[in-house]
Design a binder for this molecule. Structure first.
Ligand code: COA
Length: 159
């Protein structure tokens, strides 16, 4: 299993996050993204809000072998908290999302935790399954990155 450690988000992480989160191949996988992921000003404003801690958002940078490889976090009210994560596409398929989410769950006592994934985001669904989340429902919404209505799977971690 890949070793991942988590730390606070630093200024130097943001250009990396922006590059990953505006990568069309990655945004298509994630599906549910901001309307224009290439809008740097909107990205900066969003991450400034996140890092201020407003709304109870917690985001952590994932590091593997000294390299920043992704981020993982949670947002929302207790009882309805949602986890979210993103791994640099260059590092997909190495078990890093699973290791990052496991590390986050280990330092986060809040339960339940929820997540949503595009129904065809099989990698993300598998990450959630490996971390103990179980399917609790389905939804359908407009996925900005695809420009179309897209099925979603809702999952929950209870303990
Ligand atoms: C989803 C994402 C986080 C996965 O990251 P990753 O580091 O490659 O994930 P891992 O290597 O830890 O695990 C992926 C698992 O899914 C499986 N998988 C990946 N693609 C798959 C596919 N198309 N079909 C079936 N299984 C698949 C892998 O085999 C692995 O399972 P295994 O360990 O049982 O073999 C990454 O693709 C990403 O950042 N995507 C963009 C952002 C995103 O989608 N975030 C989640 C929003 S819900």
């Amino acid at each position: 299993m890949a070793g991942v450690s988590l730390r606070a988000v630093e200024d130097a992480d943001l250009p990396l996050f922006f590059a990953w989160m505006s990568d069309p191949d990655a945004t298509r996988v994630a599906a549910f993204t901001p309307k224009d992921p290439t809008d740097r000003a909107a990205f900066d404003a969003h991450w400034a809000r996140i890092r201020s801690g407003s709304g109870g958002v917690v985001m952590r940078t994932a590091v593997a072998d000294g390299v920043v490889v992704g981020h993982v976090g949670a947002y929302g009210e207790v009882g309805d908290r949602q986890v979210t994560y993103w791994i640099d596409r260059a590092h997909w398929g190495r078990g890093l999302a699973t290791a990052a989410l496991r590390a986050f769950l280990a330092e986060t006592p809040t339960r339940p935790l929820h997540a949503r994934a595009a129904a065809d985001n099989l990698g993300s669904r598998r990450v959630l399954e490996k971390c103990g989340f179980v399917v609790t429902g389905t939804d359908r919404g407009f996925a900005q990155a695809r420009g179309e209505e897209t099925d979603e799977v809702l999952v929950t971690l209870r303990a």
